[in-house]
Design a protein around this ligand. Structure first.
Ligand code: NAD
Length: 547
């Protein structure tokens, strides 16, 4: 095997000799080490190429602190960096990890085993990300996880294991267009992140941007979400890379049935239970259930959740994510002293989550001043009627031309003055580019991954209350869990029972999260992540390792 080239940028001759000595001890993998003492020399070496990993001291004669890391990343964006730090610079090193460094090592506390393992993992991770999982969303999910893992001092072995999903399936599947001779080939995915605590659970997304990285990020978030809610599931997600607005109902059915039969070995009521996500709905779940049932020879409603009530779907599932989000908005509003009767809200996305969130906020007296869908936004500072909007979308398919408001773009609407901003469409909406112009007091994340790490920090500094996705939109999977329980027991709960159980689970998770945030002086997202990750880590450690 070709040796790995390690570039060490370290001005202390003693440390450089010690580290070089440790790297030479390894038998199985060979490391060639080149060392330089200044950042300028390091960068000119990187420019020549061929470096597999950088060991970087952040404090150098010609560059100090995070700037050193940022300059290395700029020079060689795809080369993994392991930061070398002293005990007095731990915070800076942890920040470098949040910004994308693979790990940090504390000088004086490194032994050969740890060093070699860290360097090897760093190279493997970057190769895996670039070859297989590369996507901004997966990077975001990993960075959030690494930040939380660092703060909670997560067991190193568990951290390595949880950084990537446990099982992934990539399929290419053909389906027939309505024009009989036209056969379309599309990519489909099913990813199971964690199989430790029970069957896996997660939605199926139909969208033209779906990729292995995106689905893997969503599966990872599902793991933390289920653990945060104390549900007995691991995280999963699936998807097909297709624009669902460009297919007819017949095409959608054929596509869904073929996708189901491609992933059929992976799903099942005790194995992995899909649910709706963006671009899929109750009807799609019914087709998945039917296809699966045809294969096994009897009806298996519990193979999916979010199905029509007549097939064993749960009362309250359709609106559960929006309803749950608003239960949590009430808790958060109490926390920051916001009177919802006199508050205003902007809702991005008018699908399942967004339209229901808008409806329940309106019921509490909050004025909905803007909503949007993929086609346009509609703004009316005097307030929009959610019922009228829903009727208009039912009739016209989109919000374009809605008469009672002015048209705004999706980007403009995020920056409108309001008390509550609800992103309920896509990921990556509140970023370093627009965060300074976001005006809300409460950011209630209905969508998964709508806020980047960079934007998160700015919101935290500005005192904006962020209700993070894994908490904010957990109402959906919680009522999916109720649906699964009702299905496995052949029992139906009333809507009141469902809503009150939902309320109890969500508010309990909210309070646990807030206690942790206050106790550890951390932001609410990191607190929610740690609540979830800690439970997963405990479950992993108590199960032990096979074999
Ligand atoms: P949906 O398909 O019902 O609705 C999506 C909405 O977003 C539609 O109004 C669509 O027009 C709009 N949209 C799509 N692309 C857009 C763009 N580029 N700009 C603005 N709007 C755009 O999907 P959904 O189920 O409501 O899911 C929305 C988000 O909520 C997703 O991030 C999903 O992962 C998350 N989520 C959904 C559930 C659930 O139960 N459905 C649960 C948890 C999280």
């Amino acid at each position: 095997m070709k040796p790995f080239l390690v570039l060490m940028i370290e001005d202390s001759a003693v440390d450089a000799v010690v580290i070089r000595g440790m790297l030479s001890k390894v038998q199985a993998t060979r490391f060639n080490v080149e060392s330089v003492k200044t950042l300028a020399d390091g960068i000119s070496r990187l420019d020549r190429g061929g470096v597999d990993v950088v060991l970087l001291d952040l404090t150098l004669p010609d560059s100090q602190g995070l700037e050193s890391f940022q300059r290395v990343v700029k020079a060689a964006p795809h080369v993994p960096v392991v930061v070398l730090t002293g005990t007095d610079d731990l915070t800076m090193a942890a920040t470098a990890v949040e910004e994308g460094a693979q790990a940090y090592l504390v000088k004086g506390k490194i032994d050969a085993r740890k060093l070699i393992r860290t360097v090897r993992y760093a190279i493997q991770h970057v190769e895996a990300e670039h070859a297989e999982w590369d996507s901004p969303m997966f990077r975001l999910a990993q960075q959030q996880f690494m930040k939380a893992a660092q703060i909670m001092n997560l067991d190193d072995n568990v951290r390595e294991r949880l950084l990537f999903p446990q099982r992934t399936l990539v399929v290419t599947l053909p389906f027939r267009r309505d024009e009989y001779s036209e056969v379309e080939n599309v990519f489909g995915y099913r990813v199971q992140h964690l199989l430790t605590a029970g069957p896996t659970k997660g939605g199926i997304r139909y969208h033209e941007d779906v990729s292995l990285g995106e689905v893997s990020a969503l599966a990872m978030w599902m793991s933390w979400k289920c653990a945060l809610m104390h549900l007995p599931f691991g995280g999963a997600k699936g998807g097909v890379r297709i624009d669902p607005t460009g297919v007819s109902r017949h095409e959608l059915q054929r596509l869904t049935r073929r996708y189901t039969s491609e992933i059929i070995g992976m799903i099942g009521p005790d194995k992995d239970i899909p649910a709706p996500d963006m671009g899929t709905n109750e009807q799609v779940m019914a087709w998945i259930m039917d296809t699966y049932s045809q294969q096994v020879g009897y009806a298996v409603p519990t193979v999916v959740t979010g199905k029509p009530v007549v097939l064993g779907g749960s009362l309250g599932r359709r609106e559960a994510t929006g309803r749950g989000l608003v239960y949590l908005v009430e808790e958060a509003a109490g926390h920051i002293g916001l009177d919802l009767k006199h508050a205003t809200a902007v809702v991005q996305g008018f699908g399942n989550v967004g339209s229901n969130a808008a409806r329940f906020l309106e019921e509490l007296g909050t004025r909905i001043v803007a909503v949007s869908d993929v086609s346009t936004g509609v703004y009316n500072p005097r307030g929009l009627s959610v019922t009228a909007l829903a009727e208009y979308v039912d009739q016209n398919g989109t919000l374009i031309g809605y008469p009672d408001g002015e048209a705004v773009s999706n980007q403009e609407m995020l920056e409108l003055p309001c008390d509550i901003l609800v992103p309920a469409a896509l990921q990556n909406q509140i970023t370093g580019d627009n965060v300074e112009r976001i005006q809300c007091k409460l950011l209630a994340e209905g969508a998964n991954g709508p806020t980047t790490l960079e934007a998160d920090e700015v919101l935290h500094e500005r005192g904006v209350f962020v209700l993070p996705d894994i908490l904010g939109n957990a109402g959906g999977v919680t009522v999916s869990y109720f649906e699964w329980v009702q299905g496995t027991q052949n029992y139906m709960w009333s809507l009141e029972e469902i809503n009150s159980r939902l309320h109890r689970i969500l508010t309990d998770a909210f309070q646990r999260t807030m206690r942790r945030a206050q106790r550890d002086q951390i932001d609410v997202r990191t607190a929610a992540l740690i609540e979830g990750i800690q439970r997963v880590a405990e479950a992993k450690l108590v199960r032990g390792l096979f074999p």
